[in-house]
Design a protein around this ligand. Structure first.
Ligand SMILES: [Cu+2]
Length: 167
């Protein structure tokens, strides 16, 4: 009787394992068709800032190989407590940063995140940045798919009239 019971349990276990494996595979299959798969992230980097600086920004070019427009709707990073999507606006001759809800990447097109324009703002840095280190940034798209990238910390080319400190 005891042996039979064990046998039944084993069969049950096998079925469970199979179901679990199937469940683990299916979402992956769906994910593969996500917008993130069509997005290539070219030359990402995080701007080096001196110790004590509270904020920095990540820049990159997002290329969309798909035939649907995609929107970058959020970003997260292990290096900062708050990560936002920003742009620069010229208001009466003064460049100001504004948070934007999304950054559009046209089908077969690209979006350029660069100093003085769109950027991924990283606020409240958890630790001082070290030049050459890599920062993990996860980009979230409007269909719920996401992409994790590693952006090296780099000193930017000198940019006059750029000031992120007055954030
Ligand atoms: Cu900003």
């Amino acid at each position: 009787m005891a042996a039979r019971h064990t046998n039944v349990e084993r069969t049950h276990m096998k079925n469970l394992t199979f179901a679990a494996a199937l469940a683990a595979c299916l979402p992956l299959g769906v994910w593969a068709a996500g917008a993130a798969d069509n997005i290539a992230v070219v030359d990402p980097y995080v701007r080096m800032v001196p110790p004590g600086a509270m904020a920095t920004a990540a820049f990159m070019v997002l290329k969309n190989a798909g035939d649907k427009d995609v929107k970058l709707v959020k970003a997260e990073s292990s290096a900062a407590k708050i990560t936002e999507l920003h742009t620069h606006l010229n208001e009466g001759g003064v460049m100001k940063m504004r948070q934007v809800p999304a950054i559009a990447i046209k089908a077969k097109g690209e979006a350029t995140l660069q100093p003085g324009g769109l950027h991924v703002m990283m606020i409240d840095l958890k630790a001082p940045l070290k030049e050459g280190d890599k920062v993990a940034v996860t980009l979230g798209f409007d269909d719920g798919s996401s992409k994790k990238i590693e952006a090296p910390i780099r000193k930017p080319a000198p940019m006059p009239a750029m000031d992120h400190s007055k954030h």
